[in-house]
Structures are given as structure tokens and as C-alpha cells.
Design a protein around this ligand. Structure first.
Ligand code: HEC
Length: 182
């Protein structure tokens, strides 16, 4: 009688566990996106300051996400419950996880799950993003953001919600949708 349940259960668990190769690919895409963004941001911040970095970020961030997605045949982007860019709006799956992490204050290193997405089997991967001190000059309380930076943020992001954070706060996540073979 035991075996009667054991086999279907084993098959079910195998189906839900992310294939190791796909998981590696999702991690890699996430690291590449964050690494490329960080490099661009750091270089501009240190040589030209935060106002110039807003302009660079405004152009480079979506372009880098698009390039990594195309190169790696998947979708990778950054999302937040309080997003700055309209493209940073989470879908229902992402929003549910972000809310769960925020409310419970239990934030995993990463989240990976095989699910059906728009009728196709995909790996969904999320990597939480936390704020460091250097991020606050563009995401911190109003008092910590230079007037020039504020003006640029208003200009490029009239719907900006991504300020008022403290160091260490959960800012959002990198999210990857990787198509799997059916
Ligand atoms: C120079 C100003 C600046 C700094 C410093 C900065 N950001 Fe941003 N951040 C932006 C801009 C501008 C965007 C919108 C980019 C776009 O248009 O895609 C953004 C978008 C984001 C997003 C995407 C979600 C959203 O709200 O649209 C995340 C996540 C994020 N930033 C996290 C960080 C973290 C973490 C740091 C520190 C390591 C940081 N930022 C430092 C300006 C900045």
C-alpha cells in the first residue's frame, strides 16, 4: 500500500523541483544583470555624481535588461512593490512573493519554482534585492536626495514610488522567467 502512494509522490516532487541546469541559467542571468547594472552605476556615480547617474540609469537599466534577456533566451528584469520605472511593476506571482517576504520579514536567499505561465512550463526565479547606503541618494528619504536628483526623478518618473527607504530595506527582486521543454 505504501508504494502505491510513493511513486506518484516521487514523480510529483520531481516535476516541481527546478531542473539544475535551468536553475543555473536563471542564477547566471540574474547575476549578469545585477553585475552589469552595478558596474554602470558605480562608474557614473564616482566620476560624475548622482544626477548624471540618474540619466545613465534611465537609459542603461532597461537596455541592459533587454540585452541580457535576448542573449540568454529568457526574461529578466527588476521589480518592486514600490517601483520607480513603470517596467518595474511586478506581476501577480511576483507581487505575492514580495508581499509575503515583506510581511513575514522572512526573506529567502532566492526562490525557484517550476510553474505554468501563460500556458507554458517555465522556471520562475526571484532573487531579493536589499538597499545599501549608497542607494539612498536616489531611493532614500527626501532629505537625503539632492534637489537636482529629485528634479530629474520627477521628470523621468512622474509616478515614482521608490523613495523613503532605509539601508537594509527589501527593495524588490530580480525576476527571471525561463521557458522549459514541455
Ligand atoms: C543615481 C541614482 C540611483 C542610485 C544610486 C540607485 N538607483 Fe535604483 N533606480 C534608479 C533609477 C533611475 C531607476 C529606474 C531605472 C529604469 O528606468 O529602469 C532605478 C530602479 C531601481 C530598481 C528597479 C525597480 C524600480 O523601482 O523601477 C531597483 C530594484 C533598484 N533601483 C535598486 C537599487 C539599489 C539596490 C541601489 C543601490 C545598490 C540603487 N537602486 C541605487 C536610480 C538609482
Amino acid at each position: 500500500m505504501k508504494h502505491f502512494f510513493a511513486l506518484p509522490l516521487a514523480l510529483l516532487l520531481m516535476a516541481a523541483a527546478p531542473p539544475p541546469q535551468a536553475l543555473e541559467q536563471a542564477r547566471n542571468a540574474s547575476n549578469t544583470l545585477m553585475g552589469d547594472l552595478q558596474k554602470t552605476l558605480k562608474a557614473t556615480l564616482s566620476t560624475q555624481g548622482p544626477a548624471a547617474a540618474v540619466k545613465v540609469c534611465h537609459q542603461a537599466a532597461p537596455a541592459i535588461a533587454k540585452a541580457v534577456s535576448a542573449q540568454q533566451h529568457l526574461q529578466v528584469r527588476r521589480v518592486s512593490l514600490k517601483h520607480r520605472s513603470p517596467q518595474g511593476q511586478p506581476d501577480a506571482y511576483e507581487a505575492k512573493l514580495l508581499k509575503q517576504w515583506q510581511q513575514s520579514k522572512i526573506v529567502p536567499e532566492e526562490h525557484a519554482e517550476v510553474v505554468m505561465h501563460q500556458g507554458k512550463k517555465v522556471l520562475r526565479y526571484l532573487k531579493p534585492i536589499r538597499l545599501q547606503a549608497a542607494c539612498l541618494q536616489c531611493h532614500g528619504p527626501a532629505s537625503q536626495i539632492q534637489p537636482e536628483v529629485k528634479a530629474l526623478l520627477r521628470k523621468h518618473y512622474p509616478q515614482d514610488q521608490a523613495t523613503g527607504y532605509q539601508e537594509g530595506d527589501l527593495r524588490g527582486a530580480v525576476t527571471v522567467i525561463l521557458p522549459l521543454k514541455p
